[in-house]
Design a protein around this ligand. Structure first.
Ligand code: GDP
Ligand code: ZN
Length: 295
């Protein structure tokens, strides 16, 4: 027996597939006292395990950097939010929701705009002007032709990345061009374990560029219905500094006087579309809360 450190790359039926630092993939179970936390163990978790041959017993979970709930995956280095410039029509609200989700879960996010061949005049410049100043890396690509993917690949090297975005944005095409073997493997694995599109929220890690790509059921469709922001400010990095300065605590930044957020909007320090998204999301959160109370 020996103790090693490894990373859970897949969970299935109470088994954990752990890729050890030694390069061996161990089939592991969870030690009794950790069992209660069984559903908290996620693909992406770093663990220590006692091994015998290629079997293992997970002893401890190492501290996480972040944990996404749906899909269940830990320790993401990047979430690439993939949207099309057209077909489906881009929605600033959806973009901001996905970025807010990443922000709230403490996952670094980047924005990928695909189908640049179809972009309306001025759209790409608009996107760049809104998101780059916020610190989000922005990539303009044409996945179908494999154009513009090198910087994304470089960004992913040695790291663990997930792709999210609406269906039809071109995620499968993008991943296929990043690594043709990836999609094939994904389909095969999904079929083998009989995993339906919506039957599980478990993710798995696929080796890519010295790191991993997260393969999620439904192929990267991060579930925006799961958006549970503690507050809008938690999801909008440029709003937070102003939100505390409004005259009224609990200011909704709509009709109240002396609202620091609206002042920042008027001074051009917050983009109109981001402000609009934050108001929409705030309203949705408030409605969610109301419904939750009624239940
Ligand atoms: P997913 O649902 O996000 O995985 O999207 P897919 O990868 O299935 O792509 C949806 C559609 O967009 C397909 O018909 C692709 O051929 C098309 N598509 C992907 N990339 C591009 C692109 O760069 N330009 C254009 N015009 N179409 C693309
Ligand atoms: Zn306000």
């Amino acid at each position: 027996m020996s103790e090693i450190t490894g990373r859970i790359i897949k969970t299935y039926n109470g088994y954990y597939y752990v890729l050890g630092r030694d390069g061996v993939t161990y089939t592991a179970k969870v030690r009794g006292r950790l069992k209660k936390a069984r559903f908290l163990l996620a693909a992406g978790d770093w663990v220590t395990l006692e091994t015998r041959g290629e079997e293992g017993m997970i002893e401890t979970i190492l501290p996480r950097r972040n944990l996404l709930q749906r899909p269940l995956v830990a320790n993401l280095d990047w979430l690439f939010a993939v949207f099309a410039a057209k077909d489906p029509a881009p929605s600033f609200l959806l973009i901001d929701k996905l970025l807010a989700l990443a922000e709230a879960y403490d996952i670094p996010a980047a924005l990928v705009i695909n189908k640049c061949d179809l972009a309306a005049e001025g759209f790409l410049e608009q996107i760049r002007a809104i998101y780059e100043p916020l610190g989000y890396p922005v990539y303009f690509v044409e996945a179908r032709k494999g154009k513009g993917l090198d910087p994304i690949r470089a960004k992913m090297t040695g790291l663990t990345s997930a792709f999210g975005g609406p269906s039809g944005a071109g995620k499968s095409t993008l991943l296929n061009h990043l690594d043709p073997s990836l999609t094939l493997e994904t389909g095969a694995v999904s079929e083998k374990i009989g995993r339906g599109r919506h039957t599980t929220r478990f993710a798995q890690l696929l080796p890519f560029a010295g790191g991993f790509i997260v393969d999620t059921p439904g192929f990267g469709n991060i579930d925006l219905r799961e958006l549970e922001l503690p507050s809008v400010e938690a999801g909008f990095r440029e709003l937070a500094p102003y939100a505390g300065q409004c005259r009224f605590t609990g200011c909704t930044h709509t009709h109240e006087p002396d609202c620091a957020v609206k002042a920042a909007l008027q001074e051009g320090k917050i983009a109109q579309s981001r402000y609009d998204s934050s108001i929409m999301i705030r309203q949705e959160l408030a409605e969610q809360k109301k419904r939750g109370k009624k239940r």
